[in-house]
Write a protein that binds this ligand. Structure first.
Ligand SMILES: Nc1ncnc2c1ncn2[C@@H]1O[C@H](COP(=O)(O)OP(=O)(O)OP(=O)(O)O)[C@@H](O)[C@H]1O
Ligand SMILES: [Mg+2]
Length: 363
């Protein structure tokens, strides 16, 4: 288990909500505040659990609709203690594999009619009774069809209530009160594309899952996810070089892609799996472009996997698109002296920053 603490001074008596991202391999917390119209970072913490690498079943979250509540609560408590936070209110992200996200095309209608239509549609899209899900929606596009009828594209998100309850339990056990939950793709869209009118494909490469989110002007327009992510690269090194996963993880982080001689061998082990991930990214990108008639103009890499040395260039060559590393701190000020650390923590903190930013901006 490792911990990257950072204690920043708090000048304000009241605390805004904490943004908390419980991933499959780590927990991230950020505390933001606003002064003179500027959002700034007050405090953050990252707790990585390396148990998942030694024993795959030991992940904090698993996509098998299971979350190890007790363990997650314990880790959350540990991180809060180290950040010197006692109690408080939180906004948490729900992994994309727990939520249901769809884009629907419906005739243009007033907000009340739309609300009714969305509740009705959710019944067909989610394999759970209506009483068991929480539904939310937002209009993400408008157009006129061939016959001149006004249509709108609506993003419908649903979260099973029992998932929200599980989160409430975890947070309560950790001494926090959970005020809001949001699917992580929505938080990523907010923090990585607000003020950006280009149609971007965000690829958040986590430990166990990769989230894809098409977004523009801070709004999510389409999302998908896959159970292929950066831990695969560690496994490839461990198997290929007959190393334990901890050593393989170290090598992956130190060397990254590229290099010559022995280092090149290391990258070739990773290329095979990276290609599998990127092939799927390309397939989803093509599906989006064909179905929703929107061209993807660039790719933004986020999550811990975006820190892999050389991944931007490799991805740009593979997808033949401009590729950028997530820069959530372009919208959030860092206290003086913290900027150099910002580089490494930026991409993995994107979800937590997007959550916490929700209370200061209207997207
Ligand atoms: N410097 C680095 N170079 C290469 N890979 C890295 C680096 N830092 C972190 N990673 C990888 O990023 C992954 C963890 O990313 P992240 O913290 O976004 O995951 P998570 O949010 O816990 O998981 P998930 O999103 O799947 O639930 C791990 O596979 C880790 O090895
Ligand atoms: Mg994550």
């Amino acid at each position: 288990m490792s911990f990257i603490p950072n204690f920043l001074k708090s000048f304000l008596p009241t605390s805004p909500y904490l943004g908390i991202d419980i991933g499959t391999t780590s927990i991230k917390i950020v505390e933001l505040d606003e002064k003179n119209g500027k959002i700034f970072l007050k405090n953050y913490g990252i707790l990585e659990s390396f148990g998942h690498l030694a024993r795959l079943n030991n992940a904090i979250q698993t996509s098998g609709l299971k979350i190890v509540e007790k363990e997650a609560a314990q880790l959350l408590k540990t991180l809060l203690e180290r950040m010197n936070i006692r109690g408080g209110q939180a906004i948490a992200s729900i992994p994309s594999f727990f939520g249901f996200i769809s884009v629907l095309e419906v005739p243009k209608m007033n907000p009340n009619e739309l609300a009714e239509a969305m509740r009705y549609q959710a019944k067909f899209l989610v394999p759970l009774p209506a009483a068991d899900i929480s539904v939310d929606w937002s209009v993400v596009g408008e157009y006129e069809d061939e016959k001149g009828f006004k249509k709108q594209q609506v993003l419908l998100t649903s979260i099973p209530n029992d998932q929200i309850k599980k989160y409430q339990t975890i947070f309560k056990m950790s001494g926090l009160s959970l005020k809001m939950v949001e699917i992580e793709a929505v938080s990523l869209a907010r923090i990585l594309t607000m003020d950006d009118s280009q149609n971007s494909l965000i690829v958040d490469i986590g430990g166990r899952s990769t989230v894809l989110a098409v977004a523009q002007n801070g709004r999510l327009k389409y999302s998908n996810q896959m159970d292929l992510a950066a831990n695969l690269l560690t496994q490839a090194i461990a198997n290929g070089l007959d190393l334990n996963t901890k050593r393989a993880e170290e090598l992956k982080r130190q060397r990254g892609l590229g290099g010559i001689g022995g280092e090149y061998q290391l990258s070739t082990l990773m290329f095979t799996y990276l290609d599998v991930i990127l092939n799927e990214v390309e397939r989803i990108k093509n599906t989006y472009e064909k179905t929703y008639y929107g061209k993807i103009e660039k790719v933004i890499l986020s999550g811990g996997g975006a820190n892999l040395i050389g991944i931007e260039k490799y991805t740009a060559d593979y997808l033949k698109l401009p590729v950028f590393k997530a820069d959530p701190f372009s919208r959030i000020s860092l206290p003086e002296g913290l900027s150099p650390i910002g580089k490494d923590i930026a991409a993995p903190l994107s979800v937590a920053l997007g959550l916490a930013a929700k209370q200061f901006i209207s997207i």
